[in-house]
Design a binder for this molecule. Structure first.
Ligand SMILES: [Zn+2]
Length: 464
């Protein structure tokens, strides 16, 4: 019998808070301590009923308990908030060991730090060791799904998917396509990138919970022929993803103008090759023009907003209100290794500051939406993930509301859910993730002793 009722405070989103009053502090219908409205549901004493890896029901614990058989297993989560697993919409697993590389902006940073480290991922065993550490770090931070860059080597993707499959994670990844303006040891050709990507799609796409993303690094490192080869892959496999970077840094944008002099703007280089669409995710989009915003919206293309990376590389301030007014889906990305934290809680904190610098006040409801349902929409995974509607895959987190002495005191003084969530995103990090559950199985326990959990499961001591 795998049916388990998880009891605790529960929050999940039903829509973008921007569209409803829930984005405001006082929005929503109250019934006792609970709040339910168009964009989210919160249960102060909630129950999440999970069976066979999927959500069966969510609601008030007392109501669920009254209808369940007496022998139903109940898992109590005291002083904790249960939320859907966090979704990281842009991250590079091969770059986890260059986090904190000092002193450069995008183009010099790539040459000086990224390309040398990526050169090692042609070795499957090396790539597998890094992938294993990377996935443990994701679970330790409460990230249960991610859109992931490999390197130019097909081995990097084989290694990543092998490890992701062993943990039963829903992951999307792809081999980098890069046929110019990079060192010889990291380039492919339009034709070899096409055939290698095609083989990887056939091997991994839709295998269990895994999906493939066609992954040109960015327009400066792909010839128009290679971008067209990427477009051919999307035509031949209409349900694979497209994952790349766009409009991150002003020097990068000027370089794209030089490389594609006949095109109107940066986005045009991808549009020309047929790379836009509802399964296309563009990281950054910090400096888009009006026309580019309009074209993103028309094609239902998506954006990964990467706050810590944009600050670390000095790239600029992403205007989330433009995405809201244009109706473009946005998710949060850590963009490790230009990003500085695996934690989406810390990423929310920096997202708030970036919007403050533009005179826009990001609400904590919006931040938690971005990390959950917003991420699922950005990755076209809303049917599988992102909230606790019945039938969804049971990937969820138990967040500790008293993870540090400071948080415990501060949150005890919060007056409402809005304030609690905001403090959680301001002070929170990996220490708040008490447990990470994947398809109804506990895969990470912060406080567990190694001997108390099965080998396949991850503990704090196993990751250190
Ligand atoms: Zn990136």
């Amino acid at each position: 019998m795998s049916r388990v009722l998880h009891r605790g405070q529960i929050l999940h989103f039903l829509d973008d808070p921007f569209k409803s009053e829930a984005g405001n502090r006082d929005g929503g219908e109250s019934s006792g301590d609970n709040k339910v409205n168009d964009s989210y549901a919160y249960f102060a004493d909630g129950g999440l009923l999970v069976d066979d890896g999927r959500v069966i029901a969510v609601g008030e614990a007392s109501q669920l308990l009254s209808s369940l058989p007496h022998d139903t297993v109940i898992n109590e989560h005291a002083d904790a908030l249960l939320v859907p697993g966090f979704i990281d919409t842009h991250i590079h697993y091969p770059q986890m060991d260059i986090i904190g590389a000092h002193g450069e902006q995008l183009l010099q940073w790539l040459d000086k730090y990224v390309f040398p480290t990526e050169a090692q991922f042609g070795d499957f065993d090396y790539a597998q060791r890094v992938a294993k550490r990377f996935l443990k770090e994701l679970l330790r931070n409460g990230t249960t799904t991610a859109l992931v860059f490999g390197t130019v080597h097909p081995e990097s993707v084989d290694a990543f998917f092998t490890e992701a499959e062993s943990l039963n994670l829903r992951m999307i990844a792809g081999k980098v396509m890069m046929d110019r303006n990079a060192p010889d040891f990291l380039t492919d050709t339009a034709e070899s990138s096409y055939s290698q990507s095609k083989q990887l799609i056939e091997r991994w796409h839709n295998r269990g919970r895994l999906r493939y993303a066609v992954t040109p690094r960015f327009a400066p490192t792909s010839t128009p022929e290679q971008l067209k080869a990427a477009g051919r892959l999307l035509c031949e496999h209409p349900d694979v993803y497209l994952h790349t970077h766009m409009s991150e840094n002003l020097n990068e944008i000027a370089w794209v103008e030089e490389l594609f002099p006949h095109l109107d703007h940066y986005l045009h280089s991808y549009d020309d090759a047929g790379l836009l669409g509802r399964r296309s995710v563009f990281a950054h989009c910090v400096h888009l023009s009006e026309n580019e915003w309009q074209r993103m919206a028309e094609t239902q293309s998506n954006i990964a907003f990467c706050p810590t990376s944009n600050l670390f590389l000095g790239s600029g301030l992403f205007p989330i209100s433009m995405a809201e007014s244009c109706g473009v889906h946005v998710g949060l990305g850590t963009d490790i290794g230009a990003g500085t934290s695996f934690s989406l809680l810390e990423t929310m904190d920096e997202a708030y500051k970036i919007q403050q610098l533009q005179g826009h006040s990001l609400t904590p409801f919006k931040s938690f939406y971005l990390a959950t349902l917003g991420g699922a929409r950005t990755l076209d995974l809303e049917d599988q993930l992102g909230n606790f509607l019945p039938g969804k895959e049971a990937d969820f987190l138990v967040l500790d509301l008293a993870a540090t002495p400071l948080m415990k005191e501060r949150i005890a003084h919060c007056e409402d859910l809005f304030e609690t969530l905001f403090v959680l995103s301001t002070l929170g990090d990996d220490r708040c993730v008490r447990e990470t559950w994947i398809m109804g199985e506990c895969m990470y326990q912060r406080d567990a002793h190694e001997t108390h959990v099965p080998d396949a499961h991850l503990t704090q001591s196993a990751t250190s």
